[in-house]
Design a protein around this ligand. Structure first.
Ligand SMILES: Nc1ncnc2c1ncn2[C@@H]1O[C@H](COP(=O)(O)OP(=O)(O)OP(=O)(O)O)[C@@H](O)[C@H]1O
Length: 280
């Protein structure tokens, strides 16, 4: 393992009166699998949304591979707003769109699988691949990047082969069984060549055997594609088995962090989360 790849510093995300993420600081080092766990409504998905540019954090800063990708605090750079009700005003903010963040090397999957259900398996992966392509409306219209398109297609077919999805390449995404839809969603994320992969409840809806297979799959893709992984998950077997470190969030705040052994023994975590799971 080597240096820091993701640094989240004092990040807060407020929706009106709701503080979904409260002064959160986390670090992820290259090559690690890090889990973010906590009860329902703890702020985990909102944390992912702030890291991936879906939301601009109300406060705090996110750094990826040493570059600031979101910043909104008094020391932040002043930016002029050109649209919206605050047009013309200056704001202390640095923010990127989700597409820009994907291009920088962060990919994610969602709690509820988000595929283009009426498109084929191959088309789903090709669309993700195009986020990284050097296309514009002109080159796309006149197909000037034909060589690049063919290369993208070859790479997507190879990826589907590696993920055992090649036999279904022409099938509609919606026709795949649930477990394979999850795998396709992860393949789409991999098609963008990420360095950091964020997985939001990848085992949701899976039985114990599928969850075990998924644990092995996550470790496999991490090693095969040299990934760093940050994941949100409620299946504690998976979390404890594959995580190098765990952060625990509750009511937006970080309440604990450490190795799986340390977190399992932490009384705050047992009270806020693990105890509840055992009793359920
Ligand atoms: N766009 C939004 N507008 C208003 N409130 C929001 C919004 N997004 C999230 N919240 C609120 O922020 C809090 C944290 O939600 P979040 O989805 O991040 O939790 P979570 O830890 O991911 O929960 P779960 O494990 O159930 O997915 C909740 O109270 C939620 O209702």
């Amino acid at each position: 393992m080597s240096g820091n790849i993701l640094h989240v510093e004092n990040m807060t995300m407020q929706f009106g009166g709701v503080i979904a993420v409260n002064n959160l600081s986390i670090d992820v080092n290259e090559g690690e699998i890090v889990a973010l766990i906590g009860p329902n409504g703890a702020g985990k998905t909102t944390t992912f949304n702030c890291i991936t540019g879906v939301y601009e954090p109300t406060n705090g800063c996110v750094t990826f591979c040493g570059s600031t990708i979101a910043s909104n605090h008094p020391q932040g750079k002043m930016k002029k707003l050109y649209a919206g009700e605050n047009k013309g005003l200056y704001k202390r903010v640095v923010s990127h769109t989700p597409d820009q963040i994907t291009k920088l090397g962060i990919a994610r999957t969602f709690q509820n699988i988000r595929l283009f259900k009426s498109m084929s398996v191959l088309e789903n992966v090709l669309i993700a691949k195009h986020i990284r392509a050097r296309q514009n409306i002109f080159t796309a219209t006149f197909r000037l990047n034909y060589r690049e398109e063919r290369k993208a297609r070859r790479e997507c077919l190879a990826l589907l082969d590696e993920q055992a999805l090649l036999p279904m390449k022409d099938d509609l995404a919606s026709s795949l069984p649930y477990g394979l839809q999850r795998r396709l969603e992860i393949s789409r994320a991999l098609a963008t060549n990420p360095r950091l992969l964020l997985l939001d409840e990848p085992a949701a809806g899976m039985n114990p055997q599928e969850t075990q297979e998924l644990s092995e799959f996550i470790v496999q893709i991490k090693n095969k594609y040299n990934l760093t992984i940050l994941l949100i998950e409620h299946h504690m077997d998976l979390v404890m088995q594959i995580s190098d470190r765990i952060y625990v969030q509750d009511f937006g705040r970080l309440i604990a962090q450490g190795t799986p052994e340390e977190v399992q023994k932490n009384q705050h975590v047992i009270d806020a989360y693990l105890g509840v799971v055992e009793d359920a």
